[in-house]
Ligand binder design. Structure first.
Ligand SMILES: *[C@@H]1O[C@H](CO)[C@@H](O)[C@H](O)[C@H]1NC(C)=O
Ligand SMILES: *[C@@H]1O[C@H](CO)[C@@H](O)[C@H](O)[C@H]1NC(C)=O
Ligand SMILES: *[C@@H]1O[C@H](CO)[C@@H](O)[C@H](O)[C@H]1NC(C)=O
Ligand SMILES: *[C@@H]1O[C@H](CO)[C@@H](O)[C@H](O)[C@H]1NC(C)=O
Ligand SMILES: *[C@@H]1O[C@H](CO)[C@@H](O)[C@H](O)[C@H]1NC(C)=O
Ligand SMILES: *[C@@H]1O[C@H](CO)[C@@H](O)[C@H](O)[C@H]1NC(C)=O
Length: 417
């Protein structure tokens, strides 16, 4: 027998009533990101990704509430089976069972509550039931519906397929998905209209993004190029990591509190995605690349911004309309929830991202203010050449409003999955 096995046995015997020493909810939120990143479909689009995280954290919260009277290990086991089952459900078509099982298998020894004990059986049943409850509530929530999309005329400001994008925009049905926590009709949050073509703000935004968002921009600093890169990956994954950085291990022994916080965060993100899609598919606004590559003069001032070979730094431009920026909406929503938990905007938050685009590698940034992080996140899309600046500001405001409403409803409606 190897030494490592002996050590494991010794620890196992000595700590039969112990539990996983980390925050079990953070463990599963992190597993959800890893699984999203690593699924054979290469990660979901933004609204389904946010939706899946909300389902996972909803099931976790249900299991945490139902197992609250048990030992820490009991709660952790209940939560783990809830997360495992709802992840399998969310990824049903992806043949991801082995990876989801591996995530559960690797945490079970740390939890240390045997599956064949009375307690173990009870906790497992609570977790499974929680997942089933969420799956049932979400069975017909609109996410699987076919909603057709027809491109508008190729006039200035009208959204068109951008180079390298999918033939049809991503998930047009996402605007009709049932919100989490009984938020009601999402259209009441719809962002005000973007600036008109005749507004100076419109022209300024076009000129700005053409200069600082171009692949080979001569006016964007190296730091700002990295800003575009570091924020590029899924906002759901990034903002859950930022939340982890702020919360640390402070909720490790308070499973229900941690579950509540992460459900608030991920419900707000999912609701923000639905609201962003409502706004996007209401205004159906074109992306910078479409505006700049257009060959005629279309600005009312007659300024010629045409450059048919203009290429944004972040490629391809995502396959959905410009206004509002989803990234910014997610940042507005997440920062509002973290701010509420934190009791203020001042934080010490660090996150890293392994940037695969242009082989940039691992970048790390630290923030002392959530507002600063949300603003930089929004700005990153202009540096990336994929959004007009007004799409960012409106996105933050939209996300903030949706998150505050989600928090307001949460205590009474958290189990309206
Ligand atoms: C429970 O399972 C363990 C192995 O995981 C086994 O050693 C033990 O005998 C089982 N106990 C019962 C009551 O079945
Ligand atoms: C939401 O409200 C809008 C505007 O009043 C209405 O057209 C729409 O049908 C409502 N949607 C739902 C799901 O109730
Ligand atoms: C940008 O610069 C790279 C070299 O750094 C060059 O290969 C590429 O053609 C340029 N792209 C555009 C759109 O100008
Ligand atoms: C506008 O600029 C583009 C690209 O430089 C050029 O091809 C086009 O001829 C210009 N249009 C007019 C009307 O000057
Ligand atoms: C997901 O993939 C991105 C790269 O696309 C990486 O930066 C990030 O760290 C990954 N997230 C997790 C949780 O593995
Ligand atoms: C970053 O991603 C690249 C490409 O997937 C990979 O080769 C590399 O090992 C990753 N680096 C780290 C530190 O994870």
């Amino acid at each position: 027998m190897r030494l490592s096995q002996l050590v494991c046995l010794a620890i196992g015997a000595a700590t039969a009533n112990a539990a996983y020493s980390g925050d079990i909810v953070q463990y599963w939120v992190e597993q959800a990101s890893l699984l999203q990143n690593g699924t054979i479909i290469g990660g979901l689009q933004s609204p389904p990704w946010a939706w899946a995280n909300a389902a996972v954290t909803g099931a976790i919260l249900e299991a945490a509430v139902k197992s609250k009277k048990g030992s820490l290990a009991y709660q952790q086991l209940a939560v783990s089976h809830a997360a495992h089952n709802i992840l399998n459900w969310a990824f049903h078509a992806t043949r991801n069972y082995n990876a989801v099982d591996a995530a559960l298998r690797s945490i079970l020894p740390s939890i240390g509550l045997a599956a064949n004990t009375t307690e173990g059986k009870e906790a497992t049943a609570i977790g499974r039931k929680a997942a089933a409850k969420v799956a049932e509530a979400r069975a017909d929530d609109g996410l699987n519906d076919f909603v057709d999309f027809v491109y508008g005329p190729k006039n200035p400001t009208v959204y068109q397929q951008s180079p390298g994008a999918n033939p049809y925009p991503d998930t047009p049905q996402a605007r009709f998905v049932k919100p989490f926590a009984g938020l009601g009709n999402i259209t009441r949050f719809r962002a005000p209209p973007p600036p008109k073509l005749t507004d100076k703000a419109y022209e300024d935004s076009v000129v700005e993004v053409k200069a600082i968002g171009s692949l080979n921009s001569t006016t964007r600093s190296a730091y700002d190029t990295d800003t575009a890169y570091i924020w590029r990956e899924s906002s759901i994954s990034v903002w859950n990591r930022i939340a982890h950085s702020v919360v640390g291990s402070s909720l490790a022994t308070k499973v229900a509190d941690s579950a509540k916080f992460y459900a608030q965060l991920n419900y707000a993100l999912a609701n923000a995605a639905i609201a962003a899609w409502d706004t996007k598919f209401f205004y159906v606004s074109w992306r910078p690349v479409t505006a700049i590559q257009r060959t005629d003069i279309w600005l009312p001032s007659h300024l010629n911004v045409s450059d048919p070979s203009w290429t944004p730094l972040l490629r391809p431009t995502p396959s959905h309309p410009d206004y509002v920026s989803t990234h910014s909406t997610f940042g507005g929503a997440a920062s509002a929830v973290i701010r509420a938990w934190n009791g203020g905007d001042k934080v010490q938050a660090t996150f890293s991202s392994n940037v695969t685009l242009d082989n940039r590698g691992v970048l790390t940034r630290t923030y002392t203010s959530l507002e600063e992080a949300a603003k930089e996140n929004a700005r990153s899309r202009v540096f990336g050449g994929i959004h007009f600046t007004f799409a960012g500001a409106a996105g933050i405001a939209l996300g903030d409003a949706v998150a505050l409403a989600t928090l307001k409803e949460f205590d009474d409606h958290w189990d309206e999955f």
